[in-house]
Ligand binder design. Structure first.
Ligand code: PEP
Ligand code: MN
Length: 330
């Protein structure tokens, strides 16, 4: 249950009693003061009725992200608004590998008209013996390339050791599939009020995914986007399975902008363009694609990254797909 407090009641002593009753605390979201309880609470006790401007009750713990609470949220990454008529493309290498590599990608993207550059500096690898990313140096190189080529910077926070630095440097903070359950990261991103891109864990149900977003939202940060990146199924011929049914579910039931990452879902460059077009045809708010100047030499995810030529062709083809579903490509 969400109780939207009346402005003139925010400081009333009864608010403390209400919070005590439901073991919660007031939180400021969208300029309103809310008291959010567990979703299992289905009614505001009549004695507190005078405090409430509005009471929202739902059957689950998806509350701030629920479309019946707030029909639609937009997320502003610098001057770029997600959750509008525009589908934004986020592209770049899996990992930042060198100054030359990231600058080459940034120059290419900026020339094409892409506005957001991705690149991992802190890589959450499956093996401790694989390339772990350039860390702080990678973040610095990414920042420099984005500033030089006027691109918004999208990068992942892997763990608590560098959460503040990533929040400071990034224009859009990515919380990856493997960190989706890290409540320390989710709450830190929530407190920061920085735009966040939350990726779905590969063994995560849609409900758990949206509940993870609620951890960011309930800290007062409504600048959250959901990214479908493939889930693990019985099928092993592709790296993961892109859950487009899940995308339809999220569009129908949540108010958050939706991004799709076909690169990590497919795991092989050959399927990425088709999946990207299929995703854009669903009217999504953003697309994330991995691109490398020399994919076969990439230090991580070499098989799935597109070359400049492959990405250029894909980007060209997306414009018509977006237009066909009433969207504009950026
Ligand atoms: C990434 O986007 O760099 C990444 C590691 O993806 P995911 O968290 O979806 O595995
Ligand atoms: Mn990758």
């Amino acid at each position: 249950m969400i109780v939207v407090l009346r402005r003139d009641m925010v400081a009333h002593p009864e608010v403390a009693r209400l919070c005590e009753r439901f073991d919660t605390a007031p939180t400021s979201v969208d300029g309103q003061v809310l008291v959010i309880t567990s979703g299992s609470i289905q009614a505001l006790p009549p004695e507190f009725a005078a405090l409430a401007e509005r009471v929202f009750v739902t059957s689950s713990d998806v509350q701030l992200a629920h479309r019946s609470f707030c029909p639609k949220r937009t997320v502003a990454v610098g001057t770029l608004d997600f959750g509008t008529r525009v589908t934004h493309v986020i592209a770049g290498p899996c990992s930042v590998e060198s100054e030359e590599q990231i600058d080459q990608v940034a120059a290419f993207m900026s020339g094409l008209g892409v506005r957001l550059l991705r690149g991992g500096a802190f890589k959450p690898r499956t093996s401790p013996y694989s390339f772990q990313g350039l860390g702080h140096e990678g973040l610095r190189l990414l920042r420099r390339a984005c500033t030089r080529h006027q691109l918004a910077l999208v990068t992942e926070v892997r763990d608590a050791t560098h959460v503040d630095e990533v929040i400071d440097s990034a224009d859009l903070v990515q919380v990856g599939a493997k960190s989706m359950y890290d409540h320390g990261i989710l709450r830190a991103v929530g407190r920061s009020k920085k735009p966040a891109l939350l990726k779905r864990g590969f063994g995560t149900t849609l409900k758990e995914f949206v509940q993870a977003a609620e951890f960011i939202l309930c800290e007062g940060n409504t600048q959250v986007m959901l990214c479908e990146r493939g889930i693990r199924t019985f099928e092993h011929q592709t790296r993961f399975t892109l859950d487009l049914c899940g995308v339809a579910y999220l569009k129908e039931h949540t108010n958050l902008p939706i991004i799709v990452d076909p690169s990590h879902a497919m795991g092989y460059s050959y399927g990425v363009a088709d999946l990207a077009r299929a995703s854009v045809a669903m009217g999504i708010d953003g697309l994330m694609i991995e691109v490398h100047p020399r994919p076969s030499e990439a230090k991580s995810d070499a098989a799935q990254q597109l070359s400049f030529e492959q990405f250029g062709e894909l980007y060209d083809s997306l414009r018509a797909v977006a237009r066909a579903v009433g969207k504009e490509l950026s």
